[in-house]
Design a protein around this ligand. Structure first.
Ligand code: ZN
Ligand code: FE
Ligand code: FE
Ligand code: ZN
Length: 267
């Protein structure tokens, strides 16, 4: 596990630091490779304040190409993207993705209906939420995202716990979770172990160790992502994440190049 697949840039309007600073941080931490994966453009109506604009996509790719060149021989830099899964935007996203030669695309669910459940500005939505229903809907959306074929990596698969609203241990939620994991296993997607949760109120990685154990049983491979929104977060808790994966019985990570996956034994 020697790649940090998840980091942002100021183009998404809520991250700090140049791509060079992210790369320098990776070298400082001794990583041989990273992937830049900023928040993708989405159709106009969808969350425009938290992602790059459509006309920034080409510039984003050009900037990644430039630092790939600059760091050649010292640090491998992958061209990634964090795209959102939202029902009925699939074709739009598919066309957007077709424009460039990505090494990988991360698929994320950040909305249930019109509620950005992990957005600090929309936190009040939790006050009246039916927590069982939120989790059930979230897991169902992630399952559909895996089935969509749009993505290579499924991001932070228990994100609704961000502010501390952990998934209730009840049949209806557990069933939805199991269905989601089966869908991910069938899709061939990798699951992300994401250390950002350690920096949020929930104070634990995504996903919870119990989900990692079940994913491992299903043979789902993992990638690591710090979800860095500033260079100081690159490689955040990567050693801890690796130790957790090994403890949970995960046998493989995946390396993505031009959307081709190579399974690598985790040792
Ligand atoms: Zn972000
Ligand atoms: Fe995300
Ligand atoms: Fe992210
Ligand atoms: Zn993210």
């Amino acid at each position: 596990m020697n790649c940090d697949y998840h980091m942002h840039t100021p183009r998404c309007k809520h991250a700090l630091g140049s791509m060079r600073e992210y790369a320098a941080a990776a070298l400082f931490h001794g990583l041989p490779s990273i992937g830049i994966s900023d928040h993708s453009p989405m159709p106009e109506f969808y969350d425009p304040d938290w992602r790059m604009a459509v006309d920034e996509l080409d510039n984003y790719v050009q900037d990644v190409r430039k630092i790939q060149h600059y760091y050649a021989g010292r640090l491998q830099i992958k061209l990634g993207l964090e795209a959102d899964f939202y029902p009925e935007t699939e074709n739009w996203v598919k066309n957007m993705l077709a424009k460039h030669d990505w090494d990988y695309v991360i698929g994320s669910v950040h909305f249930i209906g019109n509620w950005g459940f992990d957005n600090p500005d929309e936190r009040d939505g939790w006050l009246n939420a039916d927590i069982n229903k939120v989790w059930q809907q979230y897991y169902a959306l992630v399952a559909t995202s895996a089935e969509s074929g749009l993505f290579d990596i499924i991001a932070h698969p228990d994100l609704p716990k961000k502010f501390g609203h952990r998934a209730p241990n009840v049949a209806i939620v557990n069933t939805a979770k199991e269905t989601m994991l089966q869908a991910i296993a069938d899709s061939g997607c990798a699951l992300e172990i994401n250390s950002a949760g350690l920096r949020k109120e929930v104070n634990e990685i995504y996903p919870h160790a119990s989900m990692i154990v079940r994913a491992a049983e299903l043979g789902i491979p993992f990638v690591f992502g710090s979800d860095a929104h500033n260079p100081g977060e690159v490689a955040y808790a990567i050693k801890l994440c690796k130790a957790i994966l090994l403890q949970c019985g995960v046998t493989h990570t995946i390396d993505f190049t031009k959307r081709k996956a190579k399974r690598i034994k985790l040792t």
